[in-house]
Design a binder for this molecule. Structure first.
Ligand code: 57M
Length: 358
């Protein structure tokens, strides 16, 4: 909005020329979302408490009973701050920005209904796994179809480390994109089981995609680094900036001992946003490295369940997802979280190096 209001006034106030720059707007998107979360956080937590939207804690598994009743659905604060910051600083005529709003907004609704049924209506279950998955696929398919139909959108895959290999998936790219978006959304959801864990890793991944989006949208830098140039994708680094700011702002309250959890209304849209940025910037497979922590957490569940079924009851880990395994080994919660963040940072740095290693 500010871009549309103030940049045209450049001929009267030359200082407003600064609104043209993506870097400037991305930095202020970080600050705006961060400040919104920080200032609205205490009020929001009080409101959620007053509405008695407190987390139910399962009896099985690591000792989390002391967390029972912790306010949840903090995703409303996170996604609200992301949306406000993006609306303020984005060029709203940009196609990719609206794909992000569609995807993030759609997954937000799915998460909201799920949490609403469980936490507010106090039903035993939220949406059934099947209908949750169905709506996730519908939203992701809508976003990927729009991308596919966008003139000039490249359906070739970018493979990290390999310059010459980029298979063209054609319309199969829609299926692939849905897989990336739905997969990432559920992976972030699975990771969200310890204070600060998912939101910290989300901040790291969003900073990384802030860089990727900037590079992809810059004709000269993308040419120099030999990555796909996606005209207009630079605006997505502003959206990523909003994700970074909101993640850090929420972490303030979600750090151990957490004053609030994000709920599905947070984890599902955050993962979807990350997946959509990866698809739109043509850095889809790099997400396996950037979001390596989310990938490992998901694999830990897949392997655990598969081995359990095949062997009729044997477990590879003491409990899946992986963070529960370390809890069962009596590692302190903060230690697991901080160590997982360190791994996420190393993976992010490594993924950025793939821009050069080709
Ligand atoms: C999300 N949700 C947390 C909170 C958060 C297939 C199976 C592996 C699925 C998995 C699962 O249900 N994952 C979904 C995990 C829950 O957090 C809420 O959910 C939102 C995210 N959707 O925002 O609202 C609990 O996590 C803890 N938490 C924190 N701090 C936070 O900042 O401490 C969350 C956020 C909260 C709180 O305790 O209540 C969750 O874990 O339920 N299921 C599991 O993870 C279960 N694992 C399991 O059953 N493993 C078996 C299977 C795979 C064979 C095995 O290994 O044998 C464990 N979940 C729990 N207890 N809670 C089992 C033990």
């Amino acid at each position: 909005m500010l871009y549309h209001l103030l940049y045209p006034l450049t001929e009267h106030f030359s200082a407003f020329n600064v609104f043209r720059y993506i870097t400037f707007r991305a930095i202020y998107a970080v600050i705006t979302a961060l400040m919104l979360c920080l200032f609205l956080g205490p009020w929001f937590i009080r409101r959620i408490r007053a509405l008695q939207v407190g987390q139910y804690i399962r009896k099985v598994g690591p000792a989390h009973q002391s967390k029972a009743g912790t306010p949840t659905m903090g995703g409303i604060l996170i996604i609200g701050s992301v949306a406000a910051a993006a609306l303020l600083w984005e060029d709203l005529t940009n196609f990719y920005v609206w794909v992000m709003f569609l995807s993030t907004g759609g997954f937000f609704l799915v998460g909201f209904v799920d949490d609403w049924l469980m936490q507010v209506k106090k039903r035993n279950k939220g949406l059934s796994a099947r209908s949750k998955f169905f709506w996730q696929v519908v939203v992701a398919a809508a976003a990927c179809t729009l991308l596919y139909l966008h003139p000039g959108f490249d359906t070739r895959l970018t493979i990290p480390f390999l310059k010459g290999v980029s298979p063209d998936l054609g319309w199969g790219y829609i299926v692939f994109g849905v897989l990336v978006i739905v997969g990432t959304s559920n992976a972030v959801n699975l990771t969200d089981g310890l204070d600060g864990l998912a939101i910290g890793a989300m901040a790291v991944a969003s900073v990384t995609y802030m860089v990727f989006a900037y590079v992809a949208g810059h004709s000269q830098i993308s040419h120099y680094l030999q990555v796909n140039y996606v005209a207009g994708a630079g605006e997505l680094s502003i959206f990523c900036g909003a994700l970074v700011g909101a993640s850090l702002g929420f972490l303030w309250f979600n750090a151990n001992p957490a004053s609030i959890f994000m709920g599905d209304v947070g984890s599902l849209p955050l993962g979807a946003a990350l997946g959509t940025v990866a698809v739109a910037t043509k850095q889809e497979l790099a997400l396996l490295i950037v979001g390596g922590l989310f990938v490992v957490e998901t694999l830990s569940v897949i392997i655990q369940v598969a081995v359990f079924k095949i062997t009729g009851g044997k477990r590879v880990l003491k409990m899946a997802p992986l963070h529960h395994h370390f809890e069962k080994l009596d590692w302190a919660e903060q230690k697991i979280t901080v160590r997982f963040w360190i791994i996420a940072i190393i993976l992010a740095l490594f993924s950025v190096s793939t821009l050069k290693l080709r």
